[in-house]
Design a protein around this ligand. Structure first.
Ligand SMILES: [Zn+2]
Length: 220
């Protein structure tokens, strides 16, 4: 069995909240200080243990057919959230990684989720414009968001179909949220009404991992 996020979660980034750690509006300590461009993220589980191994196999060991299982689990647990979207799309891979791997795991997953939910799928809506400064060279999270914010753009051929649409952006893992935020910004600039995010796993780092590590009643 997978460790899924079943209890209270941050209304913004989807991280599970330990009792007493959420702010009045249901956001975690980190999200209160950040300005993400997406509405919220929902994840199946924490990027740890068996789920981490499965995602690793999915991304790096050629187990691309796992997208069907992940999609079924995500859809089964978040049906309303997914069906609220007008359009489902995916975070693009860098072209180098695509050549190396031969598939974009987020694209496959997004397509599967869209088929299950009967929501319009537009795969290659977002493209990378170029390379920002390496994220590892930037210390503050807010600066990382700013650094990546202009890295993505919506393809002009798709802009008409994004206008006034509620978009669900799919990726495999949400770590800092910076990439998803930059993609959401590109979609909003193209006229989207709203952007929510759906990911297989939420990776917890820093403060979030610290305050969750001692208290895991929400994990089944
Ligand atoms: Zn949060």
């Amino acid at each position: 069995l997978l460790e899924t996020i079943d209890g209270a979660a941050c209304g913004r980034c989807g991280a599970p909240l330990a009792a007493g750690h959420h702010a009045a509006d249901g956001e975690c300590i980190q999200c209160v200080e950040l300005s993400f461009q997406f509405g919220r993220n929902v994840s199946l589980g924490i990027f740890d243990g068996r789920l981490r191994n499965l995602i690793h196999a999915y991304k790096f060991e050629g187990r691309w057919s796992l997208h069907r299982i992940f999609a079924a689990l995500l859809y089964g647990r978040n049906r309303t959230y997914i069906e609220c979207a007008d359009v489902i799309t995916a975070v693009p891979l860098s072209s180098g990684r695509y050549v190396e791997r031969g598939y974009n795991q987020s694209f496959l997953l997004a397509g599967s989720v869209a088929r299950l939910a009967h929501v319009h799928f537009m795969g290659r809506v977002i493209k990378r414009k170029g390379h920002a400064a390496p994220q590892s060279s930037i210390s503050s999270r807010q600066d990382r968001i700013t650094n990546l914010s202009d890295t993505f753009t919506a393809r002009t051929t798709h802009q008409h179909s994004l206008r006034h649409k509620r978009i669900l952006l799919v990726d495999d893992v949400l770590t800092t949220g910076v990439t998803a935020s930059a993609c959401a910004r590109a979609l909003m600039r193209a006229g989207a009404l709203s952007v929510n995010v759906l990911t297989i796993a939420r990776a917890l780092k820093g403060a979030a991992a610290l305050y969750l590590s001692s208290n895991r009643p929400i994990m089944k």
